[in-house]
Write a protein that binds this ligand. Structure first.
Ligand SMILES: C[S@@+](CC[C@H](N)C(=O)[O-])C[C@H]1O[C@@H](n2cnc3c(N)ncnc32)[C@H](O)[C@@H]1O
Length: 214
């Protein structure tokens, strides 16, 4: 498990109030007891979570389009949290958390708290010896299932056909998740746009929580 914290120093997010006001600070409690979403957002609203939100392009566009939803962007790299923070600076319904995605899904999001997850272009780790670094595993999908509300969704996109097949196979053997139609038009993420421009096929999968697993 890797926990990443915002570095202190002149250039850190802590010193840049306009950037950091929507970045959830790390505290002992928030990292072990879970996120207090109502406090963090200052309101109750359905939660959408962008896992590995990168530069925040997708997150900011979708949050602007859906002001009645709360959005949480999770990202492990400081530079990308910074870019995301700049993009969401004027959006009241977005918060950012710099942490490892699977840890957040497994330990920080309470059961039945998420309406929709987005996992757009997770690192594919194409070499066989690196496959164990991939985020989508049976345990990860079990955690996603637990965190979703009934009927909640996870959207997954990848340009890597081998990874897509593996994700689909893992999803099919996960109890309580079923393939769903993708009937919404989502904004393009930064990586999505690059792949579109290159003409690279993008493989999409939407999974719906169909039943609670006890
Ligand atoms: C290929 S980029 C895609 C970024 C964005 N979703 C997009 O579509 O433009 C993958 C992103 O996920 C982040 N990432 C990879 N593994 C992660 C993890 N385990 N936890 C949090 N972020 C992660 C990377 O730092 C990177 O920003």
């Amino acid at each position: 498990m890797i926990l990443l914290s915002v570095p202190a120093g002149e250039d850190s997010l802590v010193h840049r109030r306009h950037v950091c006001s929507r970045v959830i600070p790390h505290s002992q409690d928030s990292l072990t007891n879970g996120l207090e979403l109502d406090k963090i957002f200052g309101r109750k609203a359905p939660l959408h979570v962008d896992l590995g939100c990168g530069d925040g392009s997708f997150l900011s566009m979708l949050a602007e389009r859906l002001p009645d939803k709360n959005f949480l962007g999770i990202e492990r790299l400081t530079g990308r949290i910074r870019s995301s923070a700049r993009k969401i600076a004027t959006l009241d319904n977005v918060r950012l958390l710099q942490i490892e995605s699977s840890y957040a899904v497994c330990y920080l999001l309470s059961s039945g708290s998420v309406e929709t997850f987005y996992l757009l272009f997770p690192d594919p780790w194409p070499k066989r010896r690196h496959h164990r670094r991939r985020i989508v595993t049976q345990d990860f999908l079990n955690s996603v299932h637990r965190a979703l509300v009934n009927d909640g969704l996870i959207y997954i996109a990848t340009d890597d056909l081998g990874y897509f097949r593996k994700i689909s196979q893992t999803a099919h053997s996960t109890p309580g998740l079923a393939t769903a139609e993708i009937d919404v038009e989502l904004p393009s993420s930064k990586f999505g746009l690059v792949f579109q421009q290159k003409g690279t096929p993008i493989h999409w999968l939407a999974l719906r929580k169909i039943s609670p697993v006890t």
